[in-house]
Design a protein around this ligand. Structure first.
Ligand SMILES: [Zn+2]
Length: 402
């Protein structure tokens, strides 16, 4: 941390960000502790703290002391100083949340999407959703530091959605379209931001080599190697969902045939269940999925059917486990992680079973397995992980230290 610090008033903005980052990490700190942690002198820290206090970004409170004498003055982030909006665009719904300056979710709204995913309609709904939520919570424009949008797909550095196979979008200038509607910075992210929420929930992950394998409406991995998030030359690192596992398999949203995503994504599984039932498959899913169209709901029914021992459902679980474990083994051979995190609603169908299946695959599919120590866990960031991740990404972007 001290290597980032410059003990000079001309580096004020940078040092302010440094102090904010520290307070975000430690909740409260005394001025003396901030000096130690930044390596900056006490007069510099007094100056920075004064400026941040004048801007309303922090406040001081009296702490508890076990010793006699004056109680220490602790400095904390003012949660109500600034706000961030995070939105997830999903083929089934739009989920929007407002987060305070401490990255706490304070309100949210979810609306369902029908089969019309046209850009015009989604952008219109986003505008109504976000402005409605800001109005309801009485958040003025000057307190909103940014809006982050996340979706499954590939996104250029200019915020163009180059391809989203679950949404069926190609070359959509989403950042530009939304910038016309809002006065604050707009950022468009892939679902990789979900890992930020995971690391916030489990700080020990920060030092790990991670393959975060998400199986939801899309299928893909977020990879951290030697402490660095891997992006690749075109930001497409970790697209394991588009490994062709059967050249004669179903057509994928990306346009190719037989991708892993076309076999085990939530959309693919829901489609397969509906197709099989319409063709007379004998399963309790026929009754459970009657009239249902939302993939998350159909996959939730599959989970229940597996727990009840339904033959068809159990076979489908084994099919997913087989494809999942083979692709995780490929990821291990490529990235050499020490932790695999299984995320997404498809992984939740039978997470313990999938973990066991993946582990069993090591002896046949993973090179030099006996030399590796790999932990496999389920994602822990819980509900709204993607929203939390996108809000964390906006805060990081606005307060990043250059
Ligand atoms: Zn594909």
């Amino acid at each position: 941390m001290s290597t980032n610090a410059i003990d000079s008033k001309t580096a004020g903005e940078r040092n302010e960000k440094l102090v904010i980052e520290l307070l975000r990490e430690h909740k409260t700190l005394s001025q003396a502790r901030i000096c130690v942690k930044t390596g900056l002198g006490s007069s510099t820290i007094s100056y920075i703290v004064g400026r941040l206090r004048d801007k309303g970004l922090i406040f001081e409170q009296t702490g508890q002391s076990s010793k006699r004498g004056a109680k220490p003055v602790l400095i904390a982030i003012n949660a109500a100083a600034l706000f961030v909006v995070g939105t997830e665009i999903n083929p089934s719904y739009l989920l929007t949340g407002i987060f305070n300056f401490k990255n706490e979710l304070i309100d949210q709204v979810r609306i369902s999407l029908d089969t019309d995913h046209s850009v015009q309609k989604v952008v219109h709904l986003l505008e109504i959703n976000i402005k409605g939520l800001l109005g309801k919570n009485e958040i003025s424009d000057d307190k909103l530091i940014g809006i982050g949008i996340t979706l499954s797909g590939s996104i250029s550095s200019q915020g163009v959605v180059q391809l989203s196979s679950p949404l069926g979008w190609k070359n959509v200038p989403l950042k530009e379209l939304l910038s016309e509607k809002f006065g604050c910075p707009i950022s468009i992210y892939t679902t990789k931001v979900r890992l930020l929420a995971e690391i916030n929930a489990e700080p020990a992950l920060q030092s790990k080599n991670i393959v975060y394998f998400n199986v939801a409406n899309g299928v893909g991995a977020t990879v951290v190697v030697d402490g660095r998030l891997l992006h690749g030359s075109t930001n497409r690192c970790g697209e394991l969902g588009h490994i062709v596992i059967d050249p004669n398999g179903p057509v994928c949203g990306c346009g190719q045939q037989g991708c892993l995503e076309a076999h085990i994504s939530g959309l693919a599984i829901a489609k397969k269940i509906k197709h099989d039932i319409e063709n007379g498959t004998n399963s309790i899913l026929a009754e459970l999925t009657n009239q249902q169209d939302v993939p998350e709901d159909i996959v939730e029914n599959l989970k229940q059917a597996i727990e009840k021992g339904d033959d068809y459902a159990v076979r489908l679980r084994d099919f997913i486990a087989d494809k999942l474990s083979r692709s995780v083994a490929i990821a291990i051979n490529l990235y050499d992680p020490d932790i695999i995190i299984l995320a997404g609603y498809v992984n939740e169908i039978a997470s313990d079973y999938f973990v066991e299946h993946i582990r069993n695959r090591f002896s046949t599919d993973v090179f030099d397995e006996s030399f590796r120590k790999i932990e496999i866990i389920s994602a822990r960031a819980g509900q709204h992980a993607l929203l939390r991740g996108v809000a964390a990404a906006v805060l990081q972007e606005q307060f990043k230290i250059e």
